[in-house]
Design a protein around this ligand. Structure first.
Ligand SMILES: [Zn+2]
Length: 283
């Protein structure tokens, strides 16, 4: 199984590696650079969910069996050296609201969707020992880390969150709390790629003008475009003051890598969710 996953085109070259348990990917360079940090993106393997959700669905809000999802979340936590009650989940609404959390919030939303942090698409913290968790099935997971202050964050950016600049909002709030934008490292994880993501004029019109010319989209027909959400977020991060050499782009497409990921577009809405989790482990 592991060999077949790794054999998918370019998987190693992209810089993200499947863990030996097959349940999540990590960036090889971040793993080396930040030994005290967990920053993972789950796959769809190694869980107990059935049917559309087979097998490692980590989303509680998609009508899967609740106990299966909790089991799956425990599996990922255990495989990555955590306890699930140290993680914090959010009720995501495709907005740009970003929330600071602390160790007092540990466990929120881990077993009940209603217990998650309300209406937030970005979470960040200065506390060690908490894992910030958001769910994905094509939208862009953006991971943030700054080792000097112990800042860690994660954002969920679909097209709305991207054009609304949740990436910049993460940096703005961190800066307000004393984190230097130039010292922040950012990783843009797997999401729907431009190969599989066609949008109309309404979306393109909302891309901030000063970055719209930077190779973010390509016209395919009158009023139809292929949009590169990962590049769009990279440009927004540069504008927010993040150093280019601090930004890593996975380049992986959730639509194309069908052996690894759920994809809302490819699976026509009937699918599970991957989780992006980030947190500094207690030292
Ligand atoms: Zn694709």
């Amino acid at each position: 199984m592991r060999e077949s996953l790794l054999a998918q085109k370019g998987l190693i070259a992209m810089g993200m590696m499947v863990d030996q348990t097959n349940t999540f990917l990590e960036s090889s360079s971040w793993k080396k650079r930040f030994p005290g940090l967990t920053a993972l993106f789950t796959t769809k393997h190694g869980g107990v969910s059935q049917g559309y959700f087979s097998s490692l669905n980590t989303g509680l809000h998609v009508n899967d069996q609740r106990l299966d999802v909790i089991h799956n979340r425990h599996t990922v936590a255990r495989n990555s050296g955590w306890e699930l009650n140290k993680w914090i989940f959010a009720d995501q609404v495709h907005g740009t609201r970003v929330v600071q959390v602390t160790s007092r919030h540990a466990g929120m939303g881990t077993e009940n969707y209603s217990g998650a942090v309300k209406a937030a698409d970005g979470l960040w913290t200065f506390d060690q020992g908490v894992g910030l968790s958001l769910g994905f099935a094509d939208c862009v997971p953006i991971y943030f880390a700054e080792p000097e202050t112990g800042y860690a964050g994660v954002a969920h950016a679909g097209w709305k969150g991207s054009v609304g600049n949740i990436a910049g909002e993460m940096i703005r709030q961190a800066a307000e709390a004393g984190v230097c934008a130039e010292k922040v490292y950012v990783m843009i994880g797997p999401s729907i790629g431009e190969c599989c993501y066609q949008v109309d004029q309404r979306v393109i019109d909302q891309i901030p003008e000063d970055i719209s010319g930077k190779g973010i989209y390509e016209t395919v027909a009158e009023g139809q475009y292929k949009l590169n959400l990962q590049e769009l977020n990279k440009q927004l991060l540069l504008k927010a003051g993040v150093k280019e050499h601090h930004i890593e782009i996975s380049g992986m497409c959730t639509g194309c890598y069908d052996q690894l990921f759920f994809s809302h577009r490819r699976d026509q809405g009937k699918t599970g969710r991957m989780s992006a989790v980030i947190g500094w482990r207690e030292s």
